[in-house]
Design a protein around this ligand. Structure first.
Ligand code: ZN
Length: 222
């Protein structure tokens, strides 16, 4: 699942409109486009009304059915929780899905092995990334409590798992990135932040309340 969400293009625009009928495509309605970067249309106006739909989730099926189809359009849907459009699947010719299925059945074992290998590599990359990030945190915050830099790096890595793969080889972490990770950690670990909820205060108010405490700890750790 994680591998699949990694490279998804996400548009943050809440309302997309159809390039043909100019109607806004409402939440819950299908929005289709040639690619995730292209301007698209509502389903009715699209050339895919007769095409077969392949849901996202299987990278090999997605790639292979696209290869065998003379048409291909992606379907995007609004994810309310994440506040962004996400890829739901693609429209291709039915025979292309059939061909892709045959190909996938034929080399399922081989792909399972190489996927397992890739997962191990990814985990190793994440470990290297966390260690490097922890080092960078320690360098910028030399008075940070023992081992805390590792906890901060681990947490930041989990939270931004989508970024890890791409930045794992980059040994440079900019100051802002480090500060943000440290700030988030201090907010939860060193201030009263988490106990302030459900007492009639807004999240923004609570953030303002603990801001001074966070800055004080950050200065101490520097
Ligand atoms: Zn339309």
């Amino acid at each position: 699942m994680e591998a699949f969400t990694r490279n998804v293009y996400l548009t943050k625009k809440e309302t997309l409109s159809c390039q043909r009928c100019k109607r806004p495509v409402k939440k819950g309605e299908r929005f289709v486009a040639v690619s995730e970067e292209a301007r698209g249309t509502c389903f009715k106006c699209s050339p895919y009304t007769q095409a077969a739909f392949l849901p996202s989730g299987d990278a090999a099926m997605t790639r292979r059915s696209k290869k065998h189809s003379s048409i291909c359009g992606v379907e995007l849907a609004w994810n309310q929780r994440r506040k962004r459009f996400e890829r739901k699947g693609q429209y291709v010719e039915a025979k292309a899905i059939e061909l892709a299925q045959k190909e996938c059945e034929a080399d399922a074992d081989k792909r399972a092995k190489s996927n397992a290998k890739a997962a191990i590599k990814r985990e190793a990359d994440d470990k290297i990334y966390i260690a490097d990030f922890a080092k960078a945190i320690r360098k910028r915050y030399p008075n940070c409590p023992v081992k805390r830099e590792v906890a901060i790096a681990q947490h930041a890595c989990e939270k931004h798992s989508g970024r890890v793969g791409r930045t794992a080889s980059a040994k440079e972490f900019d100051a802002e990135m480090i500060d943000r990770a440290v700030e988030a950690h201090i907010r939860h670990a060193e201030t009263d932040y988490d106990n302030q909820f459900n007492k009639g205060k807004s999240k923004r108010m609570i953030r303002t309340l603990v801001k001074e405490d966070i800055l004080r700890v950050m200065r101490q750790w520097k």
